[in-house]
Design a protein around this ligand. Structure first.
Ligand code: DC
Length: 218
């Protein structure tokens, strides 16, 4: 059995749902690394810090304590307070990509991610897990889907939560985030050479989970 699984890909490719289902099936830890970046972005927002120019950043980062738990659902704590819901606010959606571009933030979170992911068998989901965070992962998966499909999934998710947002706006955001995430100098979103690419455009969640589960076992 492969112990450390890396799942990367752009927003809306189905990473979270797939990674969580897979982790449950394998009884592995699930780590949502986007949530760690979001928690740091929330810390910036709470302290009125504007990226990228931030004085005393290493000191500020040394004051952040991040913890996660994976039981009935994935939860995240910033300096002892649960922020699982707070990190999904639109303000944080807008702030997280610029925050994730900062080298000091990525270096700090690299250590946090490795410590959590290597503490036990795990499924770690993000953008640079196979390339930078766990280059030694036992299995690397790169999930993709056409932008229109990814935007549609995001739009559906929001609509199901009672948030009536314009589809065109969601598509614009998806394309914008793809651009920022894949063109940044530091650890851009890209497929690791030894990753297996799965296009989820025409597959159900269960089909994708099944495919990866077979790869974990063999
Ligand atoms: O997966 P998500 O949408 O919650 O991620 C939020 C942002 O964090 C995303 O715009 C890019 C960044 N991110 C990253 O740079 N590296 C990761 N491993 C995970 C997320």
């Amino acid at each position: 059995m492969k112990k450390h699984i890396a799942i990367d890909g752009p927003a809306g490719a189905g990473k979270s749902t797939v990674a969580q289902k897979l982790a449950r099936r394998l009884n592995y830890l699930y780590l949502d690394t986007g949530a760690l970046y979001r928690a740091v972005a929330l810390y910036f927002w709470q302290n009125h810090l504007q990226p990228p120019e931030i004085e005393g950043l290493p000191f500020l980062l040394s004051n952040i304590k991040l913890e996660v738990s994976w039981e009935e659902k994935f939860r995240i704590f910033l300096n002892g307070r649960e922020v699982t819901e707070d990190i999904r606010q639109p303000e944080i959606d807008a702030l997280v990509s610029p925050v994730a571009k900062i080298k000091e933030v990525r270096d700090y979170l690299r250590a946090v991610q490795r410590e959590i992911a290597l503490s036990r068998p795990s499924v770690t989901e993000g953008r640079d897990i196979g390339t930078v965070i766990l280059p030694d992962a036992d299995l690397k998966i790169f999930l993709t889907a056409r932008p229109e499909i990814r935007a549609y999934r995001r739009w559906r998710e929001r609509k199901d939560k009672g948030n009536n947002i314009d589809y065109k706006l969601v598509l614009k955001n998806v394309l914008m985030r793809d651009f920022i995430d894949s063109t940044r100098d530091n650890a851009p979103l890209r497929k690791a050479e030894d990753a297996i690419e799965i296009d989820t455009s025409c597959l159900s969640i269960d089909e994708v989970v099944e495919k990866i589960y077979e790869l974990v076992k063999n």
